[in-house]
Design a protein around this ligand. Structure first.
Ligand SMILES: Nc1ncnc2c1ncn2[C@@H]1O[C@H](COP(=O)(O)OP(=O)(O)OP(=O)(O)O)[C@@H](O)[C@H]1O
Ligand SMILES: [Mg+2]
Length: 473
């Protein structure tokens, strides 16, 4: 009895020390993991591989969705090794599963695990699902459906657009031919200074395109819409591309043609792009003027026609140029690029809009003088005017005086005129600029002639394709 009385406090202290040791160290966790391993070992498992790319090197959308789902699981934090990234907002921290790491998940009471592996050829990755054979029939399909729906919700919420750029050689790509970064260009249709009517027409055109799947199918046409943006440097073409991408919420595939090795490589790039995307080729005129180039004109024409489009529908293609003058006729022929949009230099109303945006000035005593200079034919690009205004934004008067002197020094302003098609010249105040009624009305009629006709015939689907192609604009 006395012995027991002495023993009990010792036992209690011992137990306390053991528990304290277990909680202070990870021994309990290790034991738990070992027990789970033992339990797993007693079951037969089935493995499912979700590769990042298919044999044509197109991205496997299931892989993207499963990754999105896994990276959202709280258990990701328990994985031994996790990558940390900043998100689209600067104070966001995102966790991403690393190669050879396993993450566990529970669905309808069944335990499954996913491991991120590198595929045998070293480059692309594979997500491997490990599931008990006993649970397979019961949970596999509902589990995958669950993943798709959660990933869909997450992408809907995040709405993060990606900018994808092609890399040099096909063999160098560990993730196919495209590298991607979040697309954070701040331009939107609201921030762009251009004719409001034109903006609305383009938005309506894009919206109409998104709703026209059946229409394109019925006609046997590839479900794509292409735009040519042309005009001098600094008039907002690239910003317009960004505004379109934000409006559509599409990823942007920015093709650098100088990194494309030949025509078939260009086809491959298009094949590896996904649906609901914007394919952008900037400065096409400059590329075509280059003497030695790897991609032929025929290759580019086929690319534009979308003949090689296989699985990714719902694509918007955008080409930018400084001028259409030197470009091969075949490229501009009706039916090739659906909509041509001209980006002229700034006219007086455009200038006033910029002055309001950048300087907060609606009226100023220097405006009449500026109007006169614009009417005299001088002009600068919105980018040039914007730059002057940004660097003088503390003093609106100084900013306006700087614009005046820049326009006066730019005495050869008329030589800045841009010829849209050899017939129409824009850049001088009297000829109209971004806000010129004469210019815009004429242009819109050409670009959107059928839009009006189509709206009259409400029973028929609307085809802008034949009307607003403006090859001969
Ligand atoms: N219409 C515009 N409205 C507001 N800002 C503009 C406009 N055009 C140009 N800018 C400003 O000028 C800068 C350059 O514009 P952007 O790169 O879009 O021109 P670009 O036509 O693509 O030129 P380039 O032909 O040299 O590529 C941008 O920072 C943009 O903010
Ligand atoms: Mg540009």
């Amino acid at each position: 009895m006395v012995n027991m009385m002495i023993l009990i406090p010792f036992l209690l202290v011992g137990l306390f020390l053991i528990l304290r040791f277990l909680f202070k160290t990870s021994l309990l966790l290790i034991l738990l993991q070992k027990f789970q391993c033992l339990e797993d070992w007693l079951h037969v498992h089935q493995l499912y591989r979700v590769p990042q790319f298919n044999h044509l090197f197109q991205e496997n959308e299931l892989y993207v969705k499963v990754s999105t789902y896994l990276n959202s699981l709280p258990s990701l934090e328990d994985s031994d090794f996790t990558n940390l990234f900043t998100g689209s907002k600067s104070n966001d921290i995102l966790l991403h599963l690393d190669t050879d790491q396993t993450i566990r998940d529970v669905f309808l009471g069944a335990r499954v695990s996913w491991t991120l592996e590198k595929s045998e050829n070293g480059g692309a990755r594979v997500l491997v699902l490990r599931i008990r054979k006993n649970d397979k029939r019961r949970i596999l399909r509902p589990y995958l459906q669950h993943i798709l729906s959660v990933a869909g919700d997450i992408s809907q919420r995040k709405k993060e657009i990606k900018l994808r750029m092609n890399v040099d050689s096909p063999s160098s790509g560990e993730n196919g031919r495209w590298r991607s970064v979040p697309f954070n260009h701040p331009a939107s249709f609201d921030t762009l200074v251009m004719d409001v009517d034109l903006k609305n027409k383009v938005k309506a055109d894009l919206e109409m395109f998104l709703k026209s799947k059946q229409f394109y199918q019925r006609l046997g046409r590839v479900w794509k819409r292409s735009y040519l943006l042309y005009g001098p440097s600094g008039t907002g073409k690239s910003s317009f591309v960004a505004a379109m991408a934000r409006f559509l919420n599409f990823d942007v595939y920015d093709i650098d043609l100088s990194k494309v090795s030949d025509d078939s490589d260009l086809k491959m790039l298009l094949l590896q792009s996904s649906s609901k995307s914007m394919i952008v080729v900037e400065d096409l005129d400059r590329f075509l003027m280059e003497k030695s180039k790897n991609v032929s004109l025929r290759g580019i024409l086929n690319f534009m026609d979308g003949i090689i489009s296989c699985c990714g529908e719902e694509r918007v293609m955008v080409f930018t140029m400084n001028s259409k003058d030197e470009v091969d006729e075949a490229l501009l022929r009706p039916g090739r690029i659906d909509v041509h949009i001209q980006f002229p230099l700034c006219d007086f109303p455009c200038f006033k809009h910029l002055a309001n945006n950048y300087l907060g000035v609606k009226e100023h005593k220097l405006f009449p003088q500026l109007e006169e200079i614009f009417q005299g034919g001088a002009s600068l690009s919105p980018a040039e005017i914007g730059e002057i205004m940004i660097s003088n934004r503390s003093s609106p008067t100084r900013a306006l005086k700087s614009v005046i002197s820049a326009m006066q020094t730019n005495a050869g302003a008329k030589s800045r005129r841009v010829s849209g098609d050899g017939a129409e010249e824009i850049g001088g105040g009297e000829q109209g600029g971004l806000f010129s009624r004469e210019h815009s009305v004429r242009d819109f009629r050409k670009l959107y002639g059928l839009l009006k006709m189509g709206s009259r015939r409400k029973d028929e689907p609307l085809d802008l394709g034949s009307a607003d192609k403006d090859g001969s604009n």
